[in-house]
Design a protein around this ligand. Structure first.
Ligand SMILES: Nc1nc2c(ncn2[C@@H]2O[C@H](COP(=O)(O)OP(=O)(O)OP(=O)(O)O)[C@@H](O)[C@H]2O)c(=O)[nH]1
Ligand SMILES: [Mg+2]
Length: 460
């Protein structure tokens, strides 16, 4: 069987990687971590001081050289002595010129001097294994790198700072105290257990349930902030879908004309709506048609509807509701949707037959835009809204573990009320504590660590 990726990563070999992205750039950064990092620095850096003689955290100018002493690039080098580095190990960070060639040559030199190429997430894994950050914080590192909006980055930074971890740790501590109390009661005959103890346990469990439920309740918003959402604009031809798309995108990307059937292909663009990264799609107008090209476009539009987190169904407010509108209203009922009545800057004759809450907008004058944006945020977050500072489960793994914790606590509470055995209670509490421990990484198997860290990028 293959050796666990984690086993390889747990070895303390000194590792190196380019931490910055590929492509032309002013600067690039190469990271080296492990007890040999300063020695490797000595072999590849020439300047007024050898890295092994440098003071920690002070930047030095010099050149990176190959084994024969030939200069590869100009560089700045810093040595970070343990435990004050990202990995809590000795680290060397080299800033050289950007673009693949210079950074690649510096990395090659570090590898030739004895470093091993780092695997994806290996620096973060070492930070976790060395106790610098917990697992929820390591996941937040990944989330910051992948954040598409400033708000999403801020929410991830809050998790990296330990916002979520502290909440989980506090509940876990209180449950550990409760479990200790239960252990002390196990040998008591049932009838001798003081009622005060049992009341305290119920209170402790209820408080833990409440706190975890609160953290879990914000998870929809936290996840949509992190993962983004797919929002699809759909409707009959000529109702103003492409105009709305351009307005939200703040760019004249889609062709807009008075001729129905203008848009054929699906167009897309990323926008920030209330901090949520939204992948917005403009689609071909839906109607009965014999035109082959238009039919293909409509097929694509219907495909996009299936994948949408939210559909913006656009109606034209200037004409009366017709059969096509009725048909689209019923066809899109199964999707999460907002119904928009467009062209509200012109005289209106559309009557809201269903009495539902339809939003009036104008893709020309931008009337109704703030209401539209806040409605989109509300729908995408199940009404929770966006709070980047809130500590919430930010991925399916964390949410699932919180759900498991709640389930075990509920069983424990019911058992207490029914005066079931304290042995059972102890095992329910232990299961709840373990679930929380897996969120922060105190109790977690190597296979799960494998799965989490392999998703990271190299150099992080
Ligand atoms: N006055 C006014 N005109 C609008 C508004 N929105 C769109 N229009 C006009 O309506 C016409 C159709 O707009 P488009 O955005 O191309 O409509 P569409 O739904 O994308 O049409 P297809 O791509 O053909 O399905 C254009 O002449 C737009 O200028 C609006 O809010 N007010
Ligand atoms: Mg269009």
């Amino acid at each position: 069987m293959d050796r666990h990726f984690i086993d390889v990563m747990k070895s303390n070999h000194t590792i190196a990687a380019i931490a910055t992205g590929p492509g032309p750039a002013a600067l690039a950064m190469i990271r080296i971590s492990g007890s040999d990092s300063a020695r490797i620095g000595d072999a590849i850096f020439t300047g007024s001081l050898k890295p092994s003689a440098m003071e920690s955290h002070l930047l030095h100018y010099g050149h990176i050289v190959d084994a024969g002493g030939a200069r590869l690039d100009e560089a700045m080098l810093v040595v970070l002595r343990p435990p004050h580095s990202f990995t809590a190990e000795q680290m060397v960070e080299i800033t050289c010129h950007g673009g693949g060639a210079a950074a690649g040559a510096v990395l090659e030199a570090a590898l030739a001097a004895g470093a091993r190429p780092a695997r994806p997430g290996e620096f973060s894994l070492r930070a976790f294994l060395n106790g610098r950050i917990d697992l929820a914080q390591a996941e937040a590192v990944c989330d910051i790198i992948n954040a598409r909006t400033g708000t999403a980055a801020r929410a991830a930074l809050e998790r990296l700072s330990g916002g979520l971890s502290r909440k989980i740790a506090a509940v876990r501590e209180s449950l550990l105290d409760a479990a200790a109390l239960v252990e002390s009661l196990i040998d008591f005959p049932e009838e001798d257990i003081p009622p005060a103890e049992s009341g305290k346990l119920i209170n402790d469990i209820d408080r833990a349930r409440e706190q975890i439920a609160r953290v879990l309740a914000g998870s929809k918003a936290a996840m949509v902030l992190k993962d983004g959402a797919r929002v699809v604009i759909a409707g009959r031809p000529n109702v103003g879908k492409s105009s709305l798309f351009n307005m939200l995108l703040k760019e004249e990307k889609a062709i807009v004309t008075e001729t129905p059937g203008t848009t054929r292909d699906v167009l897309e663009g990323w926008i920030d709506i209330g901090g949520i990264p939204v992948r917005l799609f403009d689609t071909a107008g839906l109607r009965d048609t014999l035109d082959e090209i238009e039919s293909h476009g409509m097929e694509r539009a219907r495909g996009k509807l299936e994948q949408a987190d939210l559909v913006l169904l656009v109606l034209d407010g200037t004409g009366p509701m017709d059969q096509e509108d009725e048909k689209l209203l019923s066809q899109t009922e199964k999707y999460a949707r907002l119904i928009l009545v467009n062209k509200c800057d012109l005289s209106q004759s559309l009557v809201n037959g269903t009495g539902g809450s339809w939003l009036k907008i104008s893709a020309v004058t931008e009337e109704g835009l703030p209401e539209l944006e806040s409605s989109i945020v509300a729908r995408l977050t199940d009404g929770q809204g966006i709070e980047p500072g809130a500590a919430s489960a930010a991925n399916a793994r964390q949410a699932q573990l919180m759900g498991e914790c709640l389930k075990h606590l509920e069983v424990a509470r019911n058992g207490l009320q029914q005066k079931l055995s304290y042995d059972l209670l102890a095992s329910d509490l232990k299961a709840a504590i373990d679930a929380l421990g897996q969120i922060t990484g105190q109790t977690i198997g190597d296979d799960i660590l494998d799965r989490i860290f392999e998703k990271f990028c190299i150099g992080k």
